[in-house]
Design a protein around this ligand. Structure first.
Ligand code: KG4
Ligand code: ZN
Length: 343
């Protein structure tokens, strides 16, 4: 089965073709980052319009590159969560193409896409596994029994990890989205200078809270008289980053102990963070746990994860009717065939 995947939930237009016997045949991504940079955040209307401009040419390109014209057996598009206008571009184009080609269409949950992205790698994890999803909109610990059988173990009660990275980066004057820029700056930070708290680690449970870290960064910055010196910025970036990573690590270990699971998937935009990747690999080895990451380009939003998740859903016989819609708010658990929150 050959599946065309379309991702348009936020500010990246992603397209890919996944083939069940040959694997990922090709993928392409157009990032709108430059378009939104001058506004300091994603402008939803501009995002939708740009998806309208870029999506069809990108599909044509990927179909041609993968010699898939006339060979697509199903179309998968991100149905939610995300920006309503942006989602509707992918959903309407995806549903229409499927109708025109007389093949099934399936709406994919964006976080399920992230969750399954490590399956595209050479050494994919076996079910069941623990998943830490760390993106711009979500921070969740999920017990994954099988495709579509998810249990939410914990999640952020306020800012997502990526959101906290972006907000802290913004206050340090690093632009938007600043997560990767903050990580770069942190490389020059003095590990001894500031110590940030590890929120919600001194009480039981697997929920997270990251909004206080951003405030802590702001207060630290102001306490230095906002001199604007680059070393202070780097030192704050380091202390912030290491606090987020430590907090995530503590909760991962707790979740592994609680569930007895020995495999940990880490996915979503923040899983592109090199310090997080190496630190969790090192710690997990100590804990006797195997860690699985997507390759860097599939940590952040992309069409490949949607094509793959869509393929698995289509294979299970799931498909959309001719009518279609988008779900800007859509809990992953509402997409699970078992709806138990063990929290
Ligand atoms: O998964 P993603 O592309 O989009 C959402 O589904 O939200 O995640 C984007 C988030 C942003 O907050 C971005 O700043 C963050 O991932 N991010 C990073 C890094 N690369 C992207 N955060 C920390 N370090 C990075 N290297
Ligand atoms: Zn995402």
């Amino acid at each position: 089965m050959r599946v065309l995947g379309i991702e348009t939930s936020c500010d990246e237009t992603g397209v890919a073709v996944y083939d069940s016997t040959q694997g990922l045949l090709g993928h392409a991504l157009y990032s709108q980052v430059k378009l939104h940079a001058e506004y300091g955040g994603v402008v939803p209307e501009l995002a939708s319009r740009d998806h309208v401009r870029k999506l069809v040419p990108l599909i044509q390109q990927v179909l041609a590159d993968t010699h898939s014209q006339g060979a697509i057996d199903g179309v998968a598009y991100t149905q939610g969560p995300g920006l309503i206008g942006a989602l509707l571009v992918g959903a309407s184009v995806g549903r229409s193409l499927a109708w025109g080609w007389n093949v099934p269409a399936v709406g994919v949950h964006h976080m399920e896409g992230h969750l399954l992205a490590p399956m595209l790698e050479a050494n994919p994890p076996d079910f069941p596994f623990l998943a830490l999803l760390v993106s711009g909109g979500h921070t969740q610990l999920v017990q994954v029994e099988a495709i579509g059988i998810y249990r939410l173990l914990g999640e952020s009660i306020d800012d997502a990890a990526g959101e906290a990275f972006d907000k802290t980066a913004k206050l340090l004057g690093l632009g938007y989205p600043g997560g990767a820029a903050l990580a770069e700056l942190a490389k020059f930070g003095n590990p001894e200078r500031f110590v940030f708290p590890r929120p919600m680690t001194n009480r039981p449970g697997l929920d997270f809270s990251f909004s206080g870290l951003k405030t802590f960064a702001l207060n630290t910055w102001q306490a230095q008289g906002q001199t604007g010196d680059e070393q202070t910025k780097a030192d704050i970036a380091y202390a912030f980053q290491v606090a987020v990573i430590d907090t995530l690590a503590i909760k991962c270990r707790r979740a592994a102990q609680q569930t007895g699971l020995k495999r940990l998937v880490i996915a979503g935009g923040v899983s592109a963070n090199q310090h997080l990747r190496s630190e969790l690999l090192r710690l997990a080895q100590e804990w006797g746990i195997e860690v699985f990451y997507p390759r860097l380009e599939f940590c952040t939003d992309n069409g490949a994860m949607i094509a793959y998740a869509g393929y698995l859903r289509l294979q299970q016989g799931q498909q959309e009717p001719l009518s279609f819609g988008a779900k800007p708010r859509w809990a992953l658990m509402a997409h699970s065939s078992v709806r138990t929150n063990i929290n």
